[in-house]
Design a binder for this molecule. Structure first.
Ligand code: NAP
Ligand code: HSE
Length: 428
């Protein structure tokens, strides 16, 4: 049996679950993997905080350099989150020839391209299965099993916190702030939950998925993003009436024109498989000409499932260390060819507060017509000065929809453009 010394940066939700598993289930893991992992240091900020795992003398340290530089540590696991000091520590470990396993999607989306080069130059692996989809195996399938497929579409629900919030708002009519607090208490949310609700967390994950799927590097800040903070419970209810649920959807598309990756609230038809992804669950669809459609789904957030993904990477990294070679296949990324988001076409759901007077609907329809936007359906709720128009359009480029919305906002018959949310359809 081979022994590998492990240093863990971070002992919070994921680092805590992982440390507990490594300490309590060392024998079981060794039986299945042939490797005995010995946790030699866990780096944290607050040495006095209560931890859910046994903290033997000297295990915890607030000196993070000691985790990376300790000669008895051969494998570094980064579970702190954030760009710094995580980025510097990961880079230093890799440069020193230590493989690194991380769950840090923000770091990978911002600096993964360069960090993978450092890993390659040192002949060690940088593994990040847990960075996307929590416990769902998706990074390994994408970079290994599907490396021969020309993937054209990546579509998914890849943030557990927002899906938990939207599910509870939709099914139980619960209040946004209350459900967010619950998601934080359950360990789904990031240390700063604005990354979840603002779409930043999903954008980082979408960038990683798109980079691996399309073989062209997409950085986190190249992903168009909108969050769920501005979402009104009224639209969740109206969407339901019209046969949809609202999800924070990540969409990546690759064609001869280039690549586009985006994250935004989206109406999804109730009978689409993504509509039934509930709570902190995640689901990812991949599409390619040879493989057709694949769906991966499972627990997208939470300490325990994420620790399982980290453990899988640790076993791979340890086997590589023992074999003396970084066996992980290296993806060669092409320079990115991003499509201008203004050219991307989607269908839209609009909620307009209007004055129910003769000619108002015709004028509204005319404004869409002037921008080449075709209306699919219209419903009216109420009458008089406070009528609500619900409109679902056919696919229209962002540029045209933005111009039409500006026209509507300047028209006196429309008191308010109360909501404008994209609608997912297979043909747009
Ligand atoms: P967390 O609960 O906030 O834990 C972060 C840990 O890192 C804490 O132990 C903290 O120390 C330590 N830490 C942070 N900054 C530090 C610093 N500057 N110096 C020393 N220690 C520092 O976060 P988490 O939820 O476990 O997430 C960790 C990583 O996994 C993030 O990259 C996250 O995106 C990713 N991830 C999380 C989940 C999830 O469901 N939670 C799922 C997939 C991926 P203290 O404990 O002393 O504060
Ligand atoms: N905050 C993240 C989420 C954790 O809610 O999906 C998993 O990456």
């Amino acid at each position: 049996m081979s022994t590998i010394g492990v240093g863990i940066l971070g002992g919070g939700t994921v680092g805590g679950s992982l440390s507990k598993r490594l300490l309590d289930e060392q024998d079981v893991i060794a039986l299945k993997s042939g490797i005995t992992f010995e946790v030699r240091r866990v780096g944290v900020r607050d040495l006095n905080k209560e931890r859910g795992f046994t903290t033997n003398e000297g295990l915890l340290t607030d000196d993070l350099d000691r985790v990376v530089d300790d000669p008895n540590i051969q494998l570094v696991v980064e579970l702190m989150g954030g760009l710094e000091p995580a980025g510097t520590l990961v880079e230093r470990a890799l440069a020193a020839g230590k493989p690194v396993v991380t769950a840090n999607k923000e770091l990978m989306a911002a600096r993964g391209f360069d960090l993978l080069k450092v890993a390659g130059a040192s002949g060690v692996s940088l593994l990040f299965e847990a960075a996307v989809g929590g416990g769902i195996p998706i990074i390994r399938p994408l970079s290994q099993s599907l490396a021969g497929e020309k993937i054209t579409t990546v579509l998914g629900i890849i943030n557990g916190t927002t899906n938990y919030i939207l599910t509870n708002m939709s099914d139980a009519g619960l209040d946004y702030a209350d459900v967010l607090a619950e998601a934080q208490a359950l360990g789904f949310a990031e240390a700063d939950p604005t990354a979840d609700v603002g779409g930043g967390d999903a954008a980082s994950k979408a960038a990683i998925l798109a980079s691996l799927a399309f073989g062209t590097w997409v950085a986190g800040d190249q992903v168009y993003r909108e969050g769920i903070e501005g979402l009104d419970g009224a639209d969740i209810a109206f969407a339901r009436q019209l046969g949809y649920v609202i999800k924070l959807l990540a969409v990546g598309e690759s064609s001869d024109r280039g690549v586009c990756v985006r994250v935004h609230p989206t109406l999804v038809a109730k009978d689409h498989p993504l509509a039934s992804v509930r709570g902190p669950q995640n689901a990812i669809f991949l599409e390619g000409p040879a493989i057709g459609q694949l769906m991966f789904s499972g627990p997208g957030a939470g300490g325990e499932p994420t620790a399982t993904a980290v453990l899988g990477d640790m076993i791979d990294a340890a086997r590589e260390l023992l074999a003396g070679t970084a066996a992980t296949p290296k993806v060669q990324f092409q320079p990115s060819r991003l499509i201008d988001f203004a050219d991307v076409a989607t269908s839209w759901y609009l909620r307009l507060e209007v004055d129910d007077s003769p000619g108002v609907l015709a004028t509204v329809a005319g404004m869409f017509g002037q921008h080449g936007i075709s209306i699919g359906s219209v419903w009216q709720e109420g009458r008089g000065h406070d009528a609500t128009l619900l409109i679902v359009t056919h696919a229209a480029p962002e540029r045209e929809m933005r111009a039409a919305l500006a026209d509507l906002e300047g028209y006196g018959g429309v008191t308010q453009v109360a909501a404008a949310i994209r609608v997912y359809s297979d043909d747009a």
